[in-house]
Design a protein around this ligand. Structure first.
Ligand SMILES: [Zn+2]
Length: 123
């Protein structure tokens, strides 16, 4: 799409199209022109999706929140990874245990049959 087509496309959908994420970010940071700022504000009043996005972005913009937020995210990610690893180990050890049980059962069965044939020889 060249610029002319792009503009035509934007004009056509200007009432229904959501602003881009970059535009929303610029809005939160107050980087937009007054006109554009107003436009986004109008859109936010009747678009739940975008107003929620702006809420999230403005929370992200509060600089003192970011380190805590990132730390929390990292911590949760590590916790998830740890849980997954433990679960995997647990499944592996259960499988090993099951295999050992089956082997012991077969050995008992074999011992039983051997004992049976020794005490009751076939005629
Ligand atoms: Zn929207």
């Amino acid at each position: 799409m060249d610029d002319f087509m792009n503009d035509a496309y934007n004009d056509l959908f200007t009432t229904t199209q959501c602003p881009s994420q970059q535009e929303l970010l610029d809005y939160v940071q107050g980087k937009l022109s007054a006109e554009k700022q107003h436009e986004v504000e109008l859109h936010l009043s009747d678009c739940e999706l975008c107003s929620e996005a702006v809420e999230g972005l403005s929370a992200f913009e509060k600089k003192e929140i970011i380190p805590v937020y990132l730390r929390q995210m990292k911590w949760q990610m590590m916790k998830k990874l740890k849980n997954r690893k433990q679960k995997k180990d647990l499944i592996a050890s259960h499988t090993q245990l099951a295999i050992i049980c089956i082997i012991i059962l077969f050995m008992l069965l074999a011992a039983f049959w051997a004992f049976h044939f020794v005490t009751h020889p076939a005629r």
